[in-house]
Design a protein around this ligand. Structure first.
Ligand code: UDP
Ligand code: MG
Length: 323
């Protein structure tokens, strides 16, 4: 690894969805951070189709400070796509991705820049503890990371969110990827380059509610698994083979009992029901799983743009054209 000078410009990308309560806190902390940081900073705030006053607050902020740039998406595209939009507009030599709710302390950014200067392409924040989150959220997150490490690769760091610094080199590779159902941290892990972990304490939200209800979490996890692994398909193939073996045994048993059963007995009702239920269930779940992948192929071949921009403030064109 080669040490290098600090980035001439650092971009900080923050996706925002209905955060009117957290924005004043964010503004205060980011203004402080920009004053303390040595590299020049551009803040890219992506309004992900908010329905509260967040957009007005963002415009006020952009008016008062030219370093603050706002991208308003035409509707809610979700956290991962909003972040993607920000990454495509970022002009910095390095980019930091951060949540708006200050769960990721901005004070960690100088240490990330330090990692960049040491030559790392990725410096990701690793949560040593999650404060102010429900036991359910912590436990489901734990299970999710265990599963993803098994499915994607054991290199995928556990307890790592999207709070991270990316160097320009890896960023331009990520910007070239066109897949729709993006699991950004999986993509970054896939891209490789020298990566460094920075342990930190995950703070509670400063204000407002989580924008990730259970259903969105489930969708996020399914997307992550389906976009990085064909293990579910292999599992159903093995289940299918297992069922064939099982039904061969059942056939032997059925033929045997046909010859051995005492006259007058009507055998087989219960076993038919059991077999019917088992196999129709197995077939349906297998079809559903295949359907998940076919559905993804369908949305990927449509090649619609990943997001639509309605308005921008203090910004011209994206630096990365859609691939
Ligand atoms: N977010 C977004 N679009 C969405 C949902 C969330 O841009 O559809 C933003 C949200 O404003 C926040 C970040 O993504 O800046 C993380 O969301 P949140 O804090 O609600 O998730 P949690 O930390 O609870 O997992
Ligand atoms: Mg949060």
């Amino acid at each position: 690894m080669c040490p290098r000078p600090p980035p001439a410009l650092l971009s900080i990308v923050i996706p925002i969805y209905n955060e009117e309560q957290t924005l004043p806190h964010l503004r205060e902390r980011m203004t402080q951070l920009m004053a303390d940081l040595q590299p020049a900073v551009e803040l890219i705030l992506v309004d992900d189709g908010t329905t509260d006053r967040s957009y007005e607050l963002l415009c006020d902020w952009a008016k008062a400070d030219g370093r603050v740039k706002v991208i308003a998406l035409s509707r809610n595209f979700g956290h991962q796509l909003a972040t993607t939009a920000g990454l495509r507009y970022a002009r910095g030599d390095a980019v930091v991705i951060m949540d708006a709710d200050l769960q990721d302390p901005p004070e960690l950014v100088p240490a990330m820049v330090q990692g960049y200067c040491e030559g790392y392409e990725v410096v990701y924040g690793q949560r040593t503890e999650r404060l102010g989150e429900t036991a359910f959220k912590r436990y489901s997150a734990f299970l999710f990371y265990q599963l993803m490490r098994r499915l994607i690769s054991p290199d995928l760091p556990a307890n790592v969110g999207d709070f991270r610094l990316l160097g320009r080199r890896i960023l331009s590779e990520i910007n070239r990827l066109h897949e729709r159902d993006r699991f950004l941290r999986g993509l970054v892990s896939w891209a490789g380059f020298p990566q460094k972990a920075l342990p930190y304490l995950r703070q509670p939200r400063v204000a407002g509610e989580t924008k990730y209800p259970v259903l969105k979490m489930v969708r996020f996890a399914t997307n992550a698994i389906v976009s990085f692994s064909d293990l579910p398909l292999r599992i159903i193939m093995w289940l299918g083979l297992g069922s064939v073996a099982l039904s061969a045994l059942l056939c032997i048993w059925a033929v045997g009992s046909f010859f051995l059963a005492p006259p007058g007995l009507v055998p087989g009702w219960a076993s038919i029901i059991v077999i019917l239920c088992f196999f129709s269930g197995a077939i349906l779940s297998a079809l559903g799983m295949i359907g998940l992948y076919v559905g993804r192929i369908y949305t990927e071949v449509q090649r619609r743009p990943l997001f639509l921009v309605a308005q921008t403030r203090n910004l011209e064109e994206p630096t990365a054209a859609p691939p």
